[in-house]
Design a binder for this molecule. Structure first.
Ligand SMILES: Cc1cc2nc3c(=O)[nH]c(=O)nc-3n(C[C@H](O)[C@H](O)[C@H](O)COP(=O)(O)OP(=O)(O)OC[C@H]3O[C@@H](n4cnc5c(N)ncnc54)[C@H](O)[C@@H]3O)c2cc1C
Length: 416
């Protein structure tokens, strides 16, 4: 049997692509290497799934991806996404920051409505089935498939190798391929970077993928002493002395270094510099009292000092007691000016980033310039389409990566 469209990968982009291709009357098959589709989707937004953002435009993606993202969002933007979810029966809400979630606050509901739509449209999904190779033939492709062995614990016997439709895992032909194999983050959930080789075989460039939205490693006694402590802070990255990015939010001290939303938000440039360009001399400065100017903080510390407060008492009520305790133990000075400077500009030398198992996104992959912005068809191979995180569009935290997956999947599926 020859399919009109084979979708490689049953993640958010692949599920969208398959649904939109089928709605156009195409004969579609999804190949997914894991025992279940959407494994990564289930862990998004800490299990709540930040589906998209109320403010959705190209400024939340890499400048180099602007043309592609603009074209795709014009075809399938925020209203189209919300309309699609509504049609499938998924109620949503936006929180006070504009992040949009399912009303159930459960990523599992999102996956379920997709599974229901696959079933309704009778779209077969071949599970435990990894595409190893795509070979171009006359007006289409032949795919080499390999049956992956499911872990006995990872899925009940009733689900193994079974999809909404039955099918044998063998070499298979199709007219069009939509490659939605994802990036490299959280490889245990399926996407492990193998999709890059499938695209590279057609001449695509692969910009070295590095972990993004990832905690940072630091050798500093502060991290060791404060591990587990969270504060609200403003953090700024410096790469070889040059100010790179600032973010505000949670700063979490860990055994190995720094994490928390503020750190995740500034991690991409640091990861690219250190992991791809092998640059040394990366630092993060943390303003641990972002709600006060340095002058104001200095005056407040002087006021406390003149009232007879000393040691940890100086910062009591401004910072968690553990930080006061650290300052008391480690600092030789209780001079308000020096203390204020440290609290406003504590510098951490970054030794690296954590790895793929802790990175939410991938920085790198296939350059956006290598696909047609109107259709997502490869510029190097006719009938091959690319969608989702495999393309280097660099969405920010806040629902922008899933928004890209929904939009690019819908466009590729409609065009293939
Ligand atoms: C912890 C975490 C939290 C996140 N939270 C959010 C969030 O709240 N909001 C947000 O916008 N983004 C979030 N993201 C990012 C978001 O999940 C991804 O950007 C998105 O899943 C990408 O979709 P995709 O379909 O391109 O790739 P994936 O979801 O990675 O799916 C790719 C699929 O392809 C399959 N596959 C790979 N190779 C093959 C092959 N050769 N043959 C067959 N199948 C193959 C994989 O098994 C996988 O199922 C989060 C990511 C992580 C890790």
């Amino acid at each position: 049997m020859r399919y009109d469209v084979i979708v490689i990968g049953g993640g958010p982009a692949g599920l969208m692509a398959a649904i939109f291709a089928k709605r156009k009357g195409k004969n579609v098959l999804i190949c997914e290497k894991m025992p279940k589709p959407g494994k990564k989707l289930l862990v998004t937004g800490a299990g709540r799934c930040n589906l998209l953002n109320d403010t959705l435009d190209t400024s939340f993606y890499h400048p180099g991806a602007e043309k592609l993202v603009a074209s795709v969002l014009e075809k399938f933007g925020k209203e189209a996404m919300l309309g699609f979810f509504k049609e499938l029966g998924l109620a949503t809400y936006a929180d006070e920051t504009g992040r949009i979630f399912p009303a159930t606050n459960q990523a599992a509901s999102v996956l379920k409505i997709f599974e229901m739509e696959l079933k309704r449209l009778k779209i077969p999904i071949e599970l435990n089935c990894e595409v190893k190779n795509i070979h171009a033939i006359q007006d289409g492709f032949e795919l080499k498939l390999s049956k992956t062995t499911p872990s006995p614990l990872s899925s009940p016997p009733s689900q193994r190798g079974r999809g909404q439709g039955e099918g044998k895992c063998a070499d298979i032909k199709c007219n069009n391929v939509i490659l939605c194999a994802g990036g490299k983050s959280y490889p245990a959930l399926g996407a492990d970077g193998n999709g890059y080789a499938l695209a590279a075989a057609f001449g695509h460039t692969i910009l070295e993928p590095v972990p993004s939205t990832v905690p940072l490693t630091v050798k500093d006694p502060w991290c060791h002493f404060l591990q587990g402590q969270k504060i609200r802070a403003a953090v700024t990255s410096f790469i070889q002395g040059k100010k790179t990015r600032t973010a505000s939010g949670e700063l979490l001290f860990t055994q190995y270094g720094l994490s928390g939303t503020a750190i995740l938000d500034i991690s991409e440039e640091i990861s690219v510099a250190m992991n791809r360009e092998h640059i040394k001399g990366v630092a993060v400065k943390a303003d641990m009292v972002p709600f006060m100017e340095e002058k104001e903080l200095r005056a407040e510390l002087s006021r406390r000092s003149s009232r007879g407060f000393a040691g940890a008492e100086l910062t009591e009520g401004l910072l968690p007691p553990k930080i006061g305790d650290l300052l008391r133990r480690t600092l030789k000075t209780s001079d308000p000016a020096s203390l204020a400077k440290i609290l406003k500009e504590k510098e951490f030398q970054i030794t690296g980033t954590r790895g793929w198992n802790e990175a939410e996104f991938t920085a790198g992959g296939i350059p956006p310039q290598e696909v047609d912005p109107a259709t997502l068809e490869s510029n190097l191979q006719k009938r091959l389409y690319l969608a989702g995180e495999i393309l280097d569009v660099g969405g920010r935290r806040g629902g922008y990566n899933l928004a890209w997956a929904w939009a690019s999947g819908a466009v590729a599926g409609s065009e293939a």
